[in-house]
Design a protein around this ligand. Sequence first.
Ligand SMILES: [Fe+2]
Length: 590
Amino acid sequence: MKILGVSAHYHDSAAALVVDGVPVRAIQEERLSRRKGDAAFPLAAIEWCLDDAGVAPEDLDAVVFYEKPMLKLERILVTALRAFPRSWRTFPQAMRNTLGEKAWVKGIIASRLGVSPRRILFAEHHRSHAAAAFLTAPTREAAILTADGVGEWTTLSVGRGVKRDDGACAIELLRELRFPHSLGLLYSAFTAFLGFEVNEGEYKVMGLASYGTPRFAEQVRAMVKRTPDGAFALDLRWFEHHTTARRAWSARFVEAFGPPRPPHVPVDLATPDGARWADVAASVQRVLEDVLVDLARALRAETGLRDLCLGGGVALNGCANARILREAGFERVLVPPAPGDAGCALGAALYADRIHFGRPDRPVPDHAAWGNVVDPLELERVAREDGLRVEEAEDDRAVLEGVADALARGCLVGWMDGRLELGPRALGNRSILAAPDRAETRDRLNREVKYREEFRPFAPAVPAELAERYFVLPPGGVRLARFMSGVFPVRPEWRARLAAVTHVDGTARVQAVDRETSPRFHALLAAFGRRTGVPVLLNTSFNRAGEPIVARAVEGYSTFRRSGLDLLVAGRCLVSKERAAGGALEEAVS
Ligand SMILES: [Fe+2]
């Protein structure tokens, strides 16, 4: 049975193909269209998945959309009518957006793919999140918590999942919280208030939080009224997200936290405003963590289960995830590499397979690499045409040794290996790598490659079996660090040697690299460790600020040429910024 999952029209569209119960391809539209966070109907992603797997649209047994558009339309209508007349501006805009595409998804899928409307299914949005988290996880039974901004109505759900011995799967929903009460929208309101782009800037709020003290936590808590079942309700006097699309916060917000940050004003922590914004970030981060820990703790008590699967965009918050692991009583917290809406394409397809069609469970490979393979020959051709020196290593070992040498010398390396990752994190397949020991490396990366704010930390990658030597991990921490889903303290004795990846508060978003699923990246860490004594590398996504992560060799090459990277690697092909005829290349063009 061949099932295509599709997520689209909100943020970060994606397609995923599941064949006989196992994912075979998945990719985000932005990686192909090269428009960051592309929300368009993911025609390129769909075409690529089908083409690369050799499946024709007419062979598809089902196409599953990751939400129910009519439910979403209902929410927008009801919300707008409730808030009338304040909503009069939002109303036509929301109607246009929704009626323009969302409500007619069936027609779009049917006409663009030539698939019979009878084969088009819709999975509820938080069911897609829950499926993406639970059905891909190596567990037979787990509690499930999903939290995001909003889907149709649901903004948070708790439940449990089971894969029975006969292969039958079930995802049971225990409770849900509905719009406008939303942890995701709470965090997004602060993201916008702090001058960052919603759906993009949430990471920046978390990074900034480490520089502040949560002195506004009481005020944030006042807007999140707790309910007896461990959930909460937002005090809507603080917000406007339910009445207007123009602004998420109300005048009361500004009274409590002071003026918002205009997006063009840099965050200078030495100024009173900069320090205040960091304190506001620290405060909302603290309250988000407290609420999630309480919800998870209640869910643990209720279900008695040992594993917790987390889904939804909120599960990208590595500080919150680590606190849940430490404090909620679960033995393992399992977060998929793409817990956000892109991962819902995969979740929706698996949900249809296991639950709608009732087909038996199949183990899902425990990695993120479902995208295109990088072609070293393409890199070689592009580099030669451009006149750069290309070195063809003799074998894999020579590649690893050569790259480890360059890294130990302080080079910034663009590393492309195997299939592109699904989700926002580069996990060693489309990564920029560097030695982790010097803060100057971090600054050089920010300045010459990434062009981004200095308060955002870089992540370390370490062989999973050695992670505890360098980082303070609670039981279950290595698992949470598999896809960089948790933030943990760097052991104090290693902080100087890991200066480029240690955040201001002594923590790091660790990636514990598994030898079996990432053998080449694991071997590279080991080769680097043989040279420097510390098998840890700085690993950041291979892109420049505002651009999607590179997918193909040609995009890697273009990023390499427009930035301060020193070496570019794909397969056995190594490209440096030397002219083929010898002599140094002119400064990289940006
Ligand atoms: Fe979502």
